[in-house]
Design a protein around this ligand. Structure first.
Ligand code: S3P
Length: 438
């Protein structure tokens, strides 16, 4: 599927983004190991979360969708009769092994072409230290991943990178180990697993450490209670519209009911530093997560800004959205300390650089970041490299280009936000979809 975006008016209006993808994965996994049934309201309906649910079902979870909620009933986990397909989802591939490592059976996890290039050694190493046997392709680096689980010992482990996926994997494994596990996260990575476990009755201890990180402890054996989980809107989905609003005078976009967990909203700090007006209203807490409405108004002139590297974990998924604003700010804006971007759904540093250049925006790639010189994008064709966030970023950016922009291979958007094109059009963008010939 191709998306063609024509030049149009500044974006204006309100948007309700889909349920948070990160939290939906966790909701399905906690339901799989809960003591009782779980109802999940407002789950993300994208392909990534469907992969997690499909894997959970293959392990025994009973799932039925009814009246806007997933009704999930756990059963004793059983050895899956088939390979677990994580699709495009790094979160499924990294979190699920935490549960599988503790099960007395063999599981094989695989994924699509993109996921098969993304590292799994980061979960293999600590789970081996806990006593599980894991193997992977390319010298235990790349999927498929084989897990032979069993009894686990608690672990004390300092993560080499501030990855919420690895931390969450180890906390899930820690639930099954006898005693206290302690995980040190060296930066402000998202903390949804910690908040959800607490909300589900599992005590979690957190102590801040230097560098904005924290040590998180969980004591096993412990299991989450079931109950109701209500999802906030996905800030990472809203980010494309919010950044596009910042990028153009006369724009104003409000995202309603989005998760405002400070470990996720680094992009708002960046847009504010660039001169955009940010308003947070209707603030509340739901299931231990801050939620509210966010409005972004485009300033007359956006200012170039260098994102401090220590902010990066708080906008790790928003680098593509950042590029929308950076490409609109006269002068040079920079990202640094962002080498993790090279191992996301695509190499996002190179995908952003290549596609911005195609639209006439000058960029310079660094091993761990990107420099962007703001200007007016010309029309042209960009390639998403199968990466949903690259496709969405360029569709939102295209609304201020000088002539039409085609996003080739925009089908990947369904990974996280099946209704994206409609939402962009509802804000005033002139969007056309074109299906590839079979
Ligand atoms: C995620 C954590 C981040 C993020 C990913 C989702 C999560 O990855 O980029 O999209 O749900 O825990 P890392 O933990 O590898 O930084």
């Amino acid at each position: 599927m191709k998306l063609i975006v024509h030049p149009g008016e500044p974006l204006a209006g309100r948007v309700i983004p889909p349920g948070d993808k990160s939290i939906t994965h966790r909701a399905f996994l906690l339901a799989l190991i809960a003591r009782g049934p779980t109802r999940v309201f407002g789950a993300n309906s994208g392909a990534d979360c469907a992969s997690t649910l499909d894997c959970a079902r293959a392990l025994g979870l009973n799932a039925a969708y009814e009246s806007g909620a997933w009704n999930l009933t756990p059963r004793p986990l059983t050895e899956p009769a088939r390979v677990l397909d994580c699709g495009n989802s790094g979160t499924t591939m990294r979190l699920l092994p935490g549960v599988l490592a503790a099960q007395p059976f063999l599981s094989v996890l695989t994924g699509d072409e993109s996921l098969s290039r993304r590292p799994v050694a980061r979960v293999i190493e600590p789970l081996r230290l806990m006593g599980a046997s894991l193997f992977a392709r390319g010298g235990d680096r790349l999927p498929p991943l084989i897990v032979r689980g069993g009894a686990l010992s608690p672990i004390r482990y300092a993560l080499p990178v501030a990855s919420a996926q690895v931390a969450s994997c180890l906390l899930l494994a820690g639930l099954f180990a006898n005693g206290e596990s302690a995980v040190e996260i060296p930066g402000p990575a998202r903390d949804h697993t910690e908040r959800m476990l607490r909300a589900a009755g599992v005590p979690i201890d957190e102590t801040p450490i230097a560098g904005g990180g924290r040590q998180v402890c969980v004591t096993g054996p412990a299991r989450p209670e079931g109950g109701e989980i209500r999802l906030p809107g996905d800030f990472s989905a809203a980010a494309f519209f919010l950044a596009a609003a910042a990028a153009r005078p006369g724009s104003r976009v409000t995202a309603e009911g989005v998760g405002l967990n400070p470990t996720r909203t680094g992009l708002l700090d960046v847009l504010e530093a660039m001169g955009a007006r940010i308003e947070r209203t209707c603030l509340r807490e739901e299931m231990g997560e801050p939620v509210g409405d966010v409005s972004v108004t485009g300033p007359d002139r956006l200012q170039a800004f260098d994102v401090p590297p220590e902010w990066m974990p708080r906008l790790i998924d928003e680098a593509p959205a950042w590029a929308i604003a950076a490409s609109a700010a006269p002068g040079i804006s920079r990202l640094a300390g962002a080498s993790e971007l090279r191992i996301k759904e695509s190499d996002r540093i190179s995908s952003l650089s290549k596609n911005l250049s195609r639209l006439g925006i000058v960029t310079r790639e660094r091993p761990d970041g990107l420099e962007v010189e703001g200007g007016v994008p010309r029309g042209g064709t960009v390639v998403s490299d199968g990466d949903h966030r690259i496709a969405m970023a360029f569709a939102a950016l295209a609304s201020r280009a000088a002539s039409p922009v085609t996003i080739d291979d925009a089908a990947s958007i369904a990974t996280s936000y099946p209704g994206f094109a409609g939402a962009l059009a509802a804000l005033g963008a002139r969007v056309e979809t074109e299906n590839e010939r079979p």
